[in-house]
Design a protein around this ligand. Structure first.
Ligand SMILES: Nc1ncnc2c1ncn2[C@@H]1O[C@H](COP(=O)(O)OP(=O)(O)OP(=O)(O)O)[C@@H](O)[C@H]1O
Ligand SMILES: [Mg+2]
Length: 248
């Protein structure tokens, strides 16, 4: 991966893959994230939970270099990446499935995947993950259902061979049967040992069932960081920190 800045400073644990230190970020001069510290171990499954406007998307956008970093630093495998373009962060191993899905609506399913392929990734691999996309391969992006668009957005991101996969509310607006299928896909990805996964979700129940660890966000800050099991067993924490209940 492209190395930038000083890779020797900071006590980076051997298996820390991504680390944010003192990150304040936003859009233009506006500060949305405030003093965020977050580190992610290799293979970890992290849930990020918070109400609308809490700063979840901004957190992922800051990691990807879409939002503006005002202060602090971001390291991938110990190397500074906060000076890299989004494209180079992606090439370095970060992959974002955006909340807005961002598929090319005027291209077919197959073209959407083909133009994302990197390294040894293949079209067949994407179709094996989502057979539905193979059935729809000649359809234009605009002709897909919401669930199919989300599958395509995920397939496009995975086609870039990310080691850290950032999923921004992938279940939003989808039928329960599609949500269950997508969660099984994320389980398979997490189990294969090659992926570290950050799942931003307002479906707290699904996110906590999936995750090892969870952070709660409120007003651009991380207000709780701990084992997902603690929140599953002590819903009061979830309610107290972000005003959400498990079934909300
Ligand atoms: N492009 C932007 N320019 C300026 N402000 C923005 C922009 N995007 C988001 N914001 C503001 O940043 C704050 C955090 O928004 P963000 O989208 O990160 O929240 P979120 O937790 O992802 O919410 P949701 O659950 O609704 O997706 C909000 O106050 C929002 O209005
Ligand atoms: Mg969001």
């Amino acid at each position: 991966m492209p190395a930038c800045g000083n890779s020797t400073s900071g006590a980076v644990m051997a298996d820390t893959v991504l680390r944010l230190s003192g990150v304040t970020a936003g859009y233009g001069p506006t500060h949305i994230l405030r003093d965020v510290d977050l580190s992610l171990e290799k293979g970890e499954r992290l849930a990020v939970i918070g109400r609308n406007g809490a700063g979840k998307t901004t957190l992922l956008s800051t990691i990807m270099g879409i939002a503006r970093l005002h202060s602090g630093e971001i390291r991938l495998d110990g190397d500074r990446i906060d000076v890299l373009s989004s494209y180079r962060r992606n090439a370095a191993g970060l992959g974002l499935v955006p909340q807005t899905r961002d598929i090319f609506k005027s291209l077919s399913v197959e073209e959407n995947i083909l133009c994302a392929l990197r390294g040894d990734a293949t079209l067949e691999e994407a179709y094996a993950l989502f057979p539905r996309l193979k059935e729809r391969r000649s359809n234009g992006g605009a002709q897909l259902s919401g669930g199919e668009q989300q599958m395509l957005a995920i397939a496009r991101t995975l086609a870039t061979r990310p080691r850290v996969v950032l999923l921004d509310e992938p279940l939003e607006g989808l039928a329960p049967v599609i949500c269950e299928m997508l969660m099984r896909t994320f389980e398979d990805l997490a189990r294969d040992g090659r992926h570290t996964i950050v799942l931003v979700e307002q479906h707290a129940e699904a996110a906590l069932a999936f995750a090892d660890r969870a952070v709660l966000m409120s007003n651009g800050r991380i207000v709780h960081d701990g084992p997902a099991a603690d929140l599953r067993e002590n819903q009061d924490l979830l309610h107290r920190h972000v005003g959400l209940d498990l079934n909300s």
